[in-house]
Design a protein around this ligand. Structure first.
Ligand code: PMP
Length: 430
């Protein structure tokens, strides 16, 4: 077996220098079981980041593994030129579950970036406009189009955008100075922010904007929830001018936020399109756009395809994964265990000046690590990650100031495991 140190040396020789690995001491995950993973040296961990909010059902789930194995033994790839039964079944299932009403269509791709890219393409075709509204602090992908509308400069190596983008500022009560401060339970402030969007459209765009794209809870941005009353206000403004609403549900779908199956449902509004990836395949490379039929179909007369979109293996696995999520009511578990864990984190934070805020819903929880004056403290986030690893728990990082600790285990996590993790978090913080 190659040691992690040796593997790191070889990794560095052949992989781009800017790929950032977690931890000074490198680790390779060799296998997993449910919400646990083991590294190549045999150490066991509770996986509280789930492959960047992806392994929603957990690792090595027999129903999902068997579906993939069975399909791999039949045919691995035939392409979009031929019918694929699992693709049709998965599209039907997603439409049945979708928060959008009326006739819908599904377009399959292999990642979240591609899903957003496609949704933006459909919106710009449908509306005959290349203008897009996005949120500050957002993350929508690493392709040229999606990077160009991502609201965090760290994730935008180039300032050029394929689309004409204007950023709206969502309200938030966090420590991050970037956001407008939102006093909890102050719907007036959220309403004022939505009004601000109306002015922004009038003063900073041509007025004929294709779409607004937003994550209900900003993922990479550090699990920052857009207040539901803000989303409702935004939708009202968009409806005045026919601007489409794209809900980027790459991180928030399938019960992740606990209270609802889709992140956008908390606000009660109906988007025109949703984009999916990550949890859809539980680790398989699959993404999708689910949208109103007339918008997705506005591509008619032009050609567009993704060779791997909706392929045999990923659709077989995604179907088994969706069934697993539904059969085991994982949303309910996310709500219950997430609620418990959040209470523990809030109590823990009361004792520590290092945690400025605990936020999130369901199993999408974050700790904002701050310095003495409430400023972002990325070093504390790094130290916390390391201390958690030493105590057998893997968590993630994010946030505009790289100072948010992100906690997002598979939705199968038990209360006992959450208790164990909470103890590790308390010790790590101390
Ligand atoms: N949208 C959101 C909300 C995401 O969190 C991500 C990935 N972090 C993407 C889009 C892009 O997905 P992918 O990395 O699969 O292209």
């Amino acid at each position: 077996m190659t040691s992690p140190e040796e593997l790191l040396k070889r990794h560095k020789a052949v992989m781009p220098g800017w790929i950032s690995l977690y931890y000074d001491e490198p680790m390779e995950i060799s296998h997993g079981e449910g919400f646990k993973v083991w590294d190549s040296e045999g150490n066991e961990y509770l996986d509280f980041f789930g492959g960047i909010v992806t392994t929603i059902s957990g690792h090595n789930i027999p129903e999902i593994v068997e579906a993939v194995r069975e399909q791999a033994g039949k045919v691995m790839h035939s392409s979009t030129l031929y019918l694929i039964e699992n693709q049709v079944k998965l599209a039907e299932k997603l439409i049945e579950l979708s928060p959008i009403s009326g006739d819908q269509k599904v377009f399959f791709v292999s990642s979240g970036s591609e899903a957003n890219e496609a949704a933006l393409l459909f919106a710009t075709q449908h509306r005959r406009s290349s203008e897009v509204l996005a949120m500050r602090g957002s993350y929508h992908g690493g392709s040229f189009g999606t990077m160009g509308i991502t609201g965090q400069s760290t994730w935008r190596p180039t300032s050029r955008s394929a689309l004409d983008v204007t950023y709206a500022m969502p309200p938030h009560h966090s420590y991050s100075s970037l956001y407008g401060r939102y006093e909890k339970d102050d719907p007036e402030f959220a309403k004022a922010c939505a009004d601000d969007l109306r002015n922004l459209i009038r003063t900073a765009t041509t007025g004929h904007v294709a779409a607004l794209i937003a994550e209900p809870v900003q993922g990479v941005g550090g699990f920052i929830e857009l207040p539901p009353e803000y989303i409702r206000g935004v939708k009202e403004v968009l409806d005045e001018t026919g601007i489409l609403y794209i809900s980027d549900e790459v991180q928030t779908a399938f019960g992740r936020t606990g209270s609802h199956f889709w992140g956008i449902e908390e606000s009660g509004i109906e988007p025109d399109m949703i984009t999916l990836a990550k949890g859809l395949g539980n680790g398989l490379a699959i993404g999708a756009v689910v949208g109103r039929a007339e918008i997705v179909d506005s591509m008619s007369g032009k050609l567009h395809l993704a060779t791997f979109g909706g392929n045999h293996i990923s659709t077989a696995g995604a179907l088994a994964n969706l069934n697993y999520i539904l059969d085991n009511d994982l949303q309910k578990n996310a709500d219950e265990v997430g609620g418990y864990l959040k209470d523990r984190l809030v109590n823990m934070a009361k004792e520590s000046p290092l945690v400025g805020e605990v936020r999130g819903r369901g199993l999408m929880l974050a700790l904002e690590m701050v310095g003495p004056d409430g400023e972002p403290n990325p070093a504390a986030a790094v130290r916390f990650l390391q201390a958690c690893r030493e105590r057998g728990v893997l968590v993630g990082k994010g946030g505009i100031g790289a100072n948010a600790v992100r906690i997002s285990p598979p939705l199968t996590i038990t209360r006992e495991a959450a208790e164990e993790a909470a103890r590790a978090f308390e010790e790590a913080l101390a």
